[in-house]
Design a protein around this ligand. Structure first.
Ligand code: NCD
Length: 338
């Protein structure tokens, strides 16, 4: 055979794919296609309403048929440098229910080359060769932004240290809307570790775009960071700070309870001093409004008594489920399928 000539075997090989037929144009009109999700600052009430609407459609689809092939052929990498149950599992479930594949590096990066000393940029630039979207949780604030600067594919921030946790804030807001049918006009109280709790930071920033009253309930050393407080004040919201849940329990529409973030304390004695500061009990719930909603990003370590779980106002496990629908909506949106 002469150089440049194809063997008969090669010439006769039938094509496996009709790519002209398979290729689909991405949906780009919503502004999410190909975008990173790094901060709640990227969202406004219009884009939130859009994501919530898609999430509702996802919920209906899952309830009726379980799953669909919307993201078939797409691969998600879940890269988690910190522990997670809900965030990682809900992203994995979201991708699975939409027919996509998953690279799960969630059971401890010690089993990946990170333990050999590989840097975040190199790990990201490797994983993006296999995937269409990366979800990252990392102990350093700004790590998701750094990963996004290196990756050509969308990066979603699943928690960067004490910085932000935008997808959680979206599911939190979606849950409030779902439980109470509105956001404007509500009195929302955040309770617990407002200093280190990234879910609080993201949700507060989102809520600052609405006409809500916010109460921040924490021990002195766990008060909301001043920069976030200033953002909220600049937005013109009615804000109060207190140490006592008793001050707000009768008027709150939403009680957003959080865990004291033990892993962020440099002195364990400081953690010990505040770890049992609040416990939501059935007795406390008796003083709350009949349609108040109790939320928690979870895990809880004593802030809400188990005896509250049977109260219809306890929404934290419904909140967990909503996380999957919101993440289905976000994945579909950044991959150009929503
Ligand atoms: C939160 C987190 O990781 O920031 N968990 C979650 O994602 N649902 C809250 C926490 O760990 O306390």
């Amino acid at each position: 055979m002469k150089e440049g000539e194809k063997s008969d075997m090669l010439k006769d090989r039938p094509r496996l794919f009709d790519l002209d037929d398979l290729e689909q144009k991405p949906t780009t009109g919503n502004g999410f296609y190909g975008k990173d999700i790094l901060s709640v600052k990227q969202f406004d009430p219009d884009s939130l309403a859009y994501i919530f609407d898609v999430a509702e459609e996802m919920r209906e689809m899952v309830r009726r048929v379980g799953g669909a092939d919307l993201l078939k052929g797409h691969v998600l990498t879940c890269l988690f440098y910190e522990p997670s149950t809900r965030t990682s599992s809900s992203f994995i479930a979201a991708m699975a229910r939409l027919g996509g594949g998953i690279i799960p590096i969630t059971q401890g990066v010690q089993f990946s080359s990170v333990s050999k000393g590989e840097s975040l940029p190199d790990t990201i630039r490797t994983l993006e060769q296999y995937s269409d979207v990366i979800v990252l949780r990392h102990p350093d604030e700004g790590s998701a932004k750094m990963a996004a600067d290196y990756a050509a594919i969308p990066v979603m921030n699943a928690g960067d240290g004490t910085g932000e946790h935008p997808t959680q804030a979206l599911l939190d807001l979606f849950t409030i809307q779902d439980e109470l049918d509105r956001i404007d006009g509500l009195h929302i109280a955040m309770v617990g570790d407002l200093r280190f709790g990234r879910t609080v930071h993201s949700l507060t920033r989102l809520l600052a775009q609405y006409n809500v009253k916010l109460s921040f309930v924490s021990p002195e050393i766990l008060r909301l960071p001043l920069v976030i407080m200033n953002d909220v004040r600049d937005a013109g919201l009615d804000v109060r700070e207190t140490h006592s849940v008793a001050d707000i329990i009768e008027t709150a529409d939403v009680l957003y309870v959080t865990r004291v973030q033990k892993e962020r304390f440099s002195e364990l004695s400081q953690y010990d001093a505040v770890k049992d500061y609040y416990t939501i009990t059935p007795e406390l719930m008796e003083r709350a409004q009949d349609n108040m909603v109790v939320m928690h990003p979870l895990p809880r370590v004593g802030e809400i008594a188990y005896s509250v779980d049977g109260d219809p106002r306890a929404a934290y496990f419904r909140q967990v489920q909503n996380g999957m629908y919101i993440r289905m909506a976000l994945l579909a949106a950044v991959l150009g399928k929503a």
